[in-house]
Design a protein around this ligand. Sequence first.
Ligand code: HEM
Length: 227
Amino acid sequence: MWFVRFITSSIGKKWIMAVSGLLLLFFLFGHIAGIATLYLGRTALQSYAEQLHSHMFFLNIFRIGLLLLCIIHFSTGLFLFYQNRKTRPIPYRISVRVATQAAGAIPVASGWASLPFAARTMPYTGIVILTFIIIHIFGFSIGPQDIPVAKTVVTLLGNPVYGLLYIFSFTVLAIHMHHGIWSLLQTLGLSHPRYTLFVTRMTTIAPVFFLIVAGGIPLLLICGVEF
Ligand code: HEM
């Protein structure tokens, strides 16, 4: 069947990574937009959380979808990583210089081209993000149910150890996002020179925006700001 042939091909797997990555990006920005209500005060975040929990049926369907997306994105990424290592155990040769330069690669005088840091570390930053999500879900979704969500957020992220762990994870996520957005836009067909400026801007603006809005929460809480 053409569909099975497509998803088992290399280009099919790149599409799976691109589409699942894009959907996860939508979730992330939606989630951060909700959480950012904390900047308006603790009661704003609490009423947002209560609104969300008043639609438990849809929330649970959404959670299942999110879990499936994470599994698909992570397992396909892992598969591509091992496949690439098997077929290309040594770094890129200069013959792919043009392609790698387009990805922001740094050509090396010896005739080898090294991929940028964000591209080279995608599998490792992915593992850090997965670990963060597990810790995060245990802290919040499966966390104490009798305490208001806003209080849990303020207490946990105001703890310097927890707060710094969050800031570290967000930085890693921003690095992952930087290359991920570039890669998904290429896969989805925005590789025309006309879009180069847009693609380059998006790969920087989106991660920096996320880092400021999301990272600002633990940072301000650690600094003792009251919400
Ligand atoms: C300062 C930043 C963040 C805060 C304060 C925060 C807070 C929360 C809270 C309160 C919940 C539980 C929602 C509920 O009770 O239903 C939650 C769930 C979740 N968060 Fe975050 N979050 C943050 C950043 C992130 C990031 C960066 C990711 C992804 C990498 C993420 C992924 C998730 C996931 C997957 C869930 C489970 C979905 C659910 O239970 O509905 N969060 N978060």
